[in-house]
Design a protein around this ligand. Structure first.
Ligand code: SF4
Length: 296
């Protein structure tokens, strides 16, 4: 949108913003709130502090897993990342009402991992998950294997894999493809010859498709502002994609963090984009702030 002679073109990427799974979880939370029922999210519903604070104003609260007992029989929402079986068991025992907003893509992955784990048990095999140790989605995935899956975050971690036992590799849904391929290739070399190993790229298409799209988007503008939460691993991955193709890319978690010095006087175009956990309203806020820098 061209505003006037001094105003650069400021555009929000139409493909950025909540992925299907996060949008669905937030819609479910909003639905319960609209029915005037108090709802507690087990862990942050989305890795975005601004969106959490918006939902808190409407009456949603969140509780960390250490305080699961304090939830008693309340209505508890499971976020898109999913939960291990132990969370279901515990809350059911307490008489809590579970609203399960686990993303269907994550749910399917949990089921695949559980099935592979049962199959591997018969062959003395091992389940490996490429992901971030301690990430809530990974905790839910490892829970499908009675805690036995090996989590690896980089090629150094491969040493924890027994090269003499069969193996099945899966990926956390938000990991990056290059990292997955590097892990897969290193495992191939690490395994003893003839030992069965199968590899499943389970990176979500909603994440996988964004990286190539952002590469094109970020290269079209003089300056790029990436909007994302500090805690979001997806935001870090996608911001780095922008930075690779456009060195004038900046990270902001809210409009307050946007700095006027990011925009040189001769800037002609500014692109705004975000992660799968970034709400559209936040990118619009950032656009408004940038616009204000160019107002007379
Ligand atoms: S990134 Fe994909 S798997 Fe993860 S919540 Fe979004 S849609 Fe679901």
């Amino acid at each position: 949108m061209q505003q006037d002679n001094n105003m650069p073109i400021i555009e929000i990427d139409s493909k950025s913003g909540f992925c299907f799974g996060v949008a669905r979880a937030i819609k479910m939370a909003e639905q319960i709130i609209s029915e005037q029922k108090p709802v507690v999210s087990l862990g942050d519903i989305v890795h975005n502090a601004e969106e959490i604070s918006r939902l808190e104003k409407f009456g949603m609260s969140s509780v960390s897993h250490e305080h699961i007992q304090s939830l008693g029989s309340k209505t508890v929402l499971f976020r898109a990342h999913g939960e291990p079986p132990s969370s279901y068991e515990r809350l059911q025992k307490q008489g809590a009402c579970i609203v399960d907003a686990t993303c269907p893509v994550v749910l399917k992955l949990q089921q695949r991992i559980h099935k592979a784990w049962l199959e591997m048990a018969e062959k003395n095999g091992q389940i490996v998950v490429y992901g971030k140790k301690g990430h809530p989605e990974v905790t839910g995935l490892v829970g499908q294997t009675n805690g036995e899956a090996i989590v690896i975050s980089n090629t150094d971690d491969i040493r924890s894999i027994d090269p003499s036992r069969p193996l099945v590799l899966f990926s956390q849904t938000t990991m990056d493809l290059k990292g997955f391929e590097a892990i897969r290739d290193s495992i191939r070399i690490w395994m003893n010859p003839g030992v069965e190993a199968s590899f499943h790229n389970t990176i979500c298409a909603q994440v996988g498709n964004r990286a190539p799209h952002l590469r094109v988007f970020a290269s079209k503008y003089d300056v790029v502002v990436f909007v994302g939460g500090e805690k979001s691993s997806n935001a870090k991955v996608l911001f780095n994609v922008c930075k690779e193709v456009n060195t004038s890319s900046y990270f902001a978690s809210s409009a307050l963090e946007v700095q006027p010095e990011w925009f040189p006087l001769n800037v002609k175009s500014i692109g705004i984009c975000g992660a799968t956990s970034t709400p559209l309203w936040l990118m619009e806020d950032v656009a408004g702030k940038i616009k204000s820098f160019f107002m007379p």
